[in-house]
Design a protein around this ligand. Structure first.
Ligand code: GYE
Length: 328
């Protein structure tokens, strides 16, 4: 009795081992190069990619580039050498990808882009891009400011005739920064109220809280009471700027109107606390659609060249109600 039980157990173990070996063999392997962990948004994006890979039964080779394009290029080259089934990456900046993508193409490994845009000499160097419409986000940001200023009959703090705006830009050369900037400027130029506004200063804060705080400090030193509005190209920089504004003895969200992009929890909390006025959503939860698309590509099915995820606009008065439902 004992012996046969053991034999059954050993036999079963062998079968299970064989099955899981076969499954491991069949798993799709995807190499993914993330840019780093500069913001709450990025952390949410990374967590989502990892969770979605597991859900889709993908073997994910994840690499963190620590904000350096050269690290991304190295990671992609390693993925090619490892003969992964597909390569995914977030282009930290728009340009400089042609050579490495040619190497991937020669190795017949399809490339799927996530989040940021890239500029290549030949669009066939990547199959598709999953991401967000950052140009429209920039437009939404200005349009919200314009409506708010008009609706509240706000006048310039310095008693002059212009509502003065300062801008914290994202990483230099990143599509999320360039597009949000263009969208914002285009909406301003198209506004019937365009003469009411002036952009006092615009400088990069690298999408980080620390840099946002530092640059806002210098804006306050140079322009102090002239600043009416801060447009921050992400929420993290806005959260850093809030600290600088408070340290300067001003009330963020009141003396200076604050609008960010991303809609991360930290910004909702700042709005609930009355320290920020609006955030333009940028959805980092792109993992599911990314791996669905990857599977289609590997099955030889057609996919859209560019897919955008859905996004909203959240002014401060919606913050308390929406906060509990936020996933990032
Ligand atoms: O807004 C910012 C981040 O590329 C859209 O990158 C993304 C941006 C996001 O670090 O917080």
């Amino acid at each position: 009795m004992r012996i046969s039980k053991t034999l059954i157990a050993v036999g079963l173990g062998a079968v299970l081992a064989a099955t899981s070996f076969a499954q491991a063999e069949d798993k799709i392997v995807i190499g993914f190069s993330q840019i780093g962990a500069e913001s709450e948004w990025r952390t949410a994006n990374t967590n989502d990619v990892k969770a979605a890979a597991e859900k889709h039964g993908i073997e994910l080779k994840f690499s963190d580039a620590q904000q350096k394009q050269e690290n991304q290029i190295k990671a992609i080259r390693t993925f090619i050498a490892q003969k992964v089934d597909l390569i995914g990456f977030v282009p930290i900046v728009e340009t400089g990808w042609d050579n490495i993508l040619r190497e991937a193409k020669r190795a017949k490994i399809p490339v799927l882009i996530m989040d940021r845009d890239l500029k290549v000499s030949d669009d066939s160097l990547y199959v598709a891009k999953i991401g967000t419409d950052t140009y429209t986000e920039g437009k939404k940001a200005f349009n919200w400011i314009d409506e708010y200023i008009t609706k509240t009959n706000r006048t310039p703090r310095n008693g002059g005739d212009k509502i003065n705006i300062v801008i914290l830009e994202g990483t230099v050369g990143a599509s999320a920064a360039t597009n949000r900037g263009h969208g914002f400027n285009d909406a301003l130029a198209e506004s019937p109220n365009k003469d009411k506004y002036a952009i006092l200063a615009s400088q990069t804060g690298d999408f980080t809280r620390a840099k946002g705080q530092e640059v806002m400090e210098s804006f306050l030193k140079s322009y102090g009471k002239d600043i009416d509005v801060l447009f921050s190209q992400n929420d993290d920089m806005a959260l850093g700027a809030i600290q600088a504004i408070e340290a300067a003895g001003l009330q963020p969200g009141k003396d200076i109107i604050i609008v960010g992009c991303d809609a991360v929890k930290g910004m909702f909390q700042a709005m609930i606390d009355g320290k920020a006025n609006c955030t333009i959503e940028c959805n980092p939860l792109q993992g599911d659609i990314f791996f669905e698309t990857a599977k289609k590509i590997l099955a030889g099915e057609p996919v859209e060249k560019s897919v955008y995820v859905e996004e909203g606009v959240y002014p401060a008065e919606t913050a308390a109600e929406v906060f509990p439902t936020r996933k990032y």
